[in-house]
Design a protein around this ligand. Structure first.
Ligand code: NDP
Length: 279
């Protein structure tokens, strides 16, 4: 089984970024990472994003707010970031605490700075198959990994486990745009195992540690594992039981070392695109 390392796609994206940076005449794009509270997952994502921006010669600032900030106060602060001329793109770490109406923020964010595709305008573009919006970075990272591995989606049966607005649904739309025949699975899906086994490309985004084992994978399938979970021993693992698919899959992404790092590369690519559009 071939291991689809995220580093290969990340290197390809870096080349694209380097090329695009040349068009910015020395200007360095600036990212604002907005975090409310101190959730370890958010802090870890923020740290990885900052590291990636630094590595690519991009600027990133963190804007952090207390977990108990009021809806009104957060909106006021968020609008300042949104309207700051020195900021080219925004990454909002979600979910936000309950007292903040997240839907309002999705409608408020400037679609031109909305690097993770949460605004209605960007979502509509992804669903319409238009290319000038921003898709959620993780969903796009899956497509980038397949492309970097020279795996065509054209006419392939692709099954996605998960229907969230962050991964499953936008990924289905991006795959459809690449002419895959897409099936989306969720907790009410009957015969999940058979539906997954029938796929030529299987993308797992359920958030359940190692739930998809070898019997969910068809012979010669390509498996992309989006899941980031912590198992009972405290180890990081994906949604796929990597050891049990070795003899069935043709290729698969590892966790860690797969989709995660490519997500921040896509974020960087979006930042440069946002900066170019604002110049
Ligand atoms: P959500 O919890 O929002 O969605 C999970 C989806 O999986 C839901 O649609 C749910 O179905 C479905 N699901 C859950 N359990 C099962 C099951 N037993 N059988 C079938 N379907 C199931 O998660 P996210 O989409 O936000 O994230 C998914 C995973 O991806 C997580 O592990 C997360 O950590 C990871 N992730 C990784 C990123 C990266 O950069 N690599 C970024 C974002 C997320 P239903 O709708 O019916 O409830």
């Amino acid at each position: 089984m071939e291991i689809l390392k995220g580093a290969v796609a990340a290197a390809k994206i870096k080349e694209e970024i380097d090329h695009e940076m040349g068009r910015l005449n020395g200007y360095t794009p600036r990212l604002a990472i907005v975090r409310v509270g101190e959730k370890p997952d958010d802090i870890s994502y923020e740290r990885n994003a900052i590291k990636k921006m630094e590595k690519l010669g991009l600027l990133a600032d963190s804007y952090t707010f207390p977990a108990d900030i009021s809806d009104g106060e957060f909106k006021e602060q968020f609008q300042k970031i949104n309207q700051d001329e020195n900021i080219d793109g925004i990454l909002l770490l979600r979910p936000l605490p309950k007292q903040i109406r997240e839907k309002d923020i999705e409608r408020m964010i400037d679609p031109g700075k909305d690097l993770d595709g949460i605004s209605p305008e960007n979502i509509a573009k992804v669903f319409a198959g238009e290319e000038d919006g921003f898709a959620p970075c993780t969903a796009e990272a899956v497509i980038e990994i397949l492309k970097a591995g020279n795996i065509s989606l054209e006419g392939k049966r692709m099954t996605i486990v998960g229907r969230s607005m962050v991964v499953g649904r936008p990924l289905a739309m991006l795959a459809l745009k690449e002419n895959a025949t897409v099936t989306i699975c969720h907790t009410r899906t009957k015969d999940l195992e058979g539906t997954c086994r029938n796929a030529q490309i299987l993308a797992a985004a359920a958030g359940k540690a190692r739930m998809l084992n070898g019997s969910f994978v068809g012979d010669g399938a390509v498996v992309i594992d989006v899941g980031i979970n912590v198992d009972e021993d405290g180890n990081l693992c994906g949604d796929v039981d990597f050891a049990s698919i070795q003899d069935k899959a043709a290729a698969a992404t590892p966790v860690p070392g797969g989709v995660g790092g490519v997500t921040t590369s896509v974020l960087a690519k979006h930042l440069v695109r946002a900066a170019l559009a604002r110049k």
